[in-house]
Design a protein around this ligand. Structure first.
Ligand SMILES: NC(=O)c1ccc[n+]([C@@H]2O[C@H](COP(=O)([O-])OP(=O)(O)OC[C@H]3O[C@@H](n4cnc5c(N)ncnc54)[C@H](OP(=O)(O)O)[C@@H]3O)[C@@H](O)[C@H]2O)c1
Length: 187
């Protein structure tokens, strides 16, 4: 490896889905997800997960949803918002967010982030996760399945050029009925 080369960052997904596979209602609502299903451990491993992340890469639609929350939940973690439009980041920045915008193919984004020292990325947003999966850039999936069917919505997964094999690492069940499974992508 040449000295200027950087290791490929580990890209992880940590997401909540309805049992029928949606991450949000068609209009983006998360009412079925918020505070549900966790029972005895309502943060269901999120705090430990996020503590191990250097930067969050999220789609513009997820970013817009996050801005409707009562506060900025990412502390001073670096957040990269993907969009082909010019975004106003000032609201997030005023809440203390360390936010920047990027655009381009997933491999380019990951390579830029590697160049700036990021080693562990959290990739979020349906379209965004699907793109990164298609580009074979995701290493780890942590999927929390809520015991609810919402019938229609924004899907977690989409079409693929070929199968992606997964290795099952662990499944945890919570008293509220949430089932959380961790998978690693088989290279
Ligand atoms: N259940 C959960 O755990 C969970 C987690 C995350 C999100 N969500 C929900 O999912 C919904 C959003 O997901 P979504 O699938 O609709 O969209 P998304 O992935 O959040 O955002 C898609 C947008 O991101 C931008 N984008 C993605 N890849 C890009 C790239 N390589 N270069 C430049 N721009 C890129 C594009 O923005 P432009 O159109 O501006 O170019 C695209 O339209 C929200 O309702 C959110 O609350 C749920």
């Amino acid at each position: 490896m040449k000295e200027q080369d950087h290791a490929v960052p580990e890209c992880s997904v940590f997401v909540g889905v309805s049992l029928d596979g949606f991450i949000a209602r068609p209009n983006g609502d998360l009412d079925w997800l918020m505070g549900e299903g966790g029972g005895d451990s309502a943060e269901y491993g999120y705090n430990e997960f996020i503590a191990g992340i250097d930067a969050i890469v999220m789609g513009r639609k997820t970013f817009e949803k996050v801005l409707t929350f009562d506060k900025w939940y990412y502390g001073n973690k670096r957040v990269i918002v993907l969009s082909r439009q010019s975004l106003d980041l000032s609201v997030a920045q005023a809440r203390g967010g360390v936010v920047e915008q990027m655009t381009g193919p997933p491999a380019e984004i990951v390579s830029k982030l590697a160049g700036s020292g990021a080693k562990r990325l959290y990739v979020d947003g349906g379209i965004t996760i699907q793109q990164f999966l298609r580009s074979r850039l995701i290493h780890r999936l942590i999927i929390s399945r809520l015991p609810v069917l919402i019938g229609e919505g924004i899907p977690l997964f989409g079409s693929l050029p070929c199968d992606i094999r997964l290795s099952h690492i662990a499944t945890r069940t919570y008293s509220g009925g949430m089932v959380q499974s961790e998978y690693h992508i088989v290279a």
